[in-house]
Write a protein that binds this ligand. Structure first.
Ligand SMILES: Nc1ncnc2c1ncn2[C@@H]1O[C@H](COP(=O)(O)OP(=O)(O)OP(=O)(O)O)[C@@H](O)[C@H]1O
Length: 247
């Protein structure tokens, strides 16, 4: 079964058509990267996959059912800006997600549940290479470490779909390369599906099993918002995966 299926999706804001007639499906474990010109609707599409934005027209399904009307732990997101809480140390930044998931009222776990949450958080910190920083506070971390922590915060809830909006855009090139290795490694181990927006074409081919190119099919010079974007190319990049590519 498809994890996500979009049938003839349209998204409009007022008179502006952002996405038009977009068809898409992805299976569990696939890693789709989205590329395309600035403003063509990549983040808008990602927000629909998160469940915070609805299509204006068309059908969007998650595991064959109508898309849930609000975000849930099945779908995690990581932005370019870090999502860490500065007053909590690394391990507590990861545990807090589990606390709110399991104890919606108090936002706190005790006893055996707390012990389990600490174990799960430690496993995830190990997977993202932050085990030695578990007691540090966000201001003591480098940009790359903060982004590892943001990824850990999403992964701890074991999402089926991880959404990444230019997660490495603010990092130095060397650190981005380390993050690529990390993402390829945890994706191969944990087998969640990923949709990632990036401006970096070589990153798109290196990380994605599929590269989706968003663009407008028709352009009206006088009324730029008369036509929306759609997926104009869906490229199988699984044979280029893991390689540094210069384009
Ligand atoms: N809530 C909103 N209300 C009105 N217009 C919006 C809203 N959200 C996005 N837009 C418009 O939709 C268009 C697509 O925006 P979006 O952020 O999805 O593009 P993008 O492809 O991710 O761009 P970039 O690559 O620059 O981040 C833009 O013209 C933006 O101004």
């Amino acid at each position: 079964m498809n994890l996500v299926k979009a049938k003839n999706i349209w998204k409009t804001y007022g008179d502006s058509i952002i996405l038009e007639n977009l068809n898409f499906s992805m299976k569990e474990g696939e890693f789709c990267t989205l590329v395309g010109p600035s403003g063509c609707g990549k983040t808008t599409f990602l927000r629909m996959l998160l469940g915070v934005e609805e299509p204006s027209k068309g059908e969007l399904l998650f595991e064959g059912e109508d898309y849930p009307k609000e975000p849930s732990d099945e779908r995690g997101i990581v932005f370019q800006r870090y999502s860490t809480l500065n007053h909590l140390n690394v391990i507590d930044n990861v545990i807090i997600g589990l606390e709110f998931e399991k104890s919606k009222f108090f936002g706190k776990l005790f006893g055996e549940q707390k012990k389990k949450a600490v174990e799960t958080a430690d496993e995830i910190l190990k997977a993202v290479g932050l085990q030695d920083a578990r007691n540090k506070f966000p201001h003591e971390l480098s940009g790359g470490m903060k982004q590892r922590l943001s990824i850990a915060q999403s992964l701890v809830k074991k999402p089926k779909l991880l959404l990444l909006d230019e997660p490495f855009g603010a990092l130095d090139p060397g650190i981005s390369l380390d993050m690529h290795e990390l993402l390829l490694d945890i994706h191969s181990k944990l087998n969640f599906a990923v949709v990632m927006v990036t401006h970096d074409i070589s990153e798109a081919f290196k990380l994605g099993t599929r590269v989706l190119v968003f663009d407008k099919v028709k352009v009206d010079e006088k009324y730029p918002n008369r036509y929306g974007s759609t997926i104009v190319n869906d490229i199988d990049s699984s044979n280029k995966r893991g390689r540094n590519i210069s384009l």
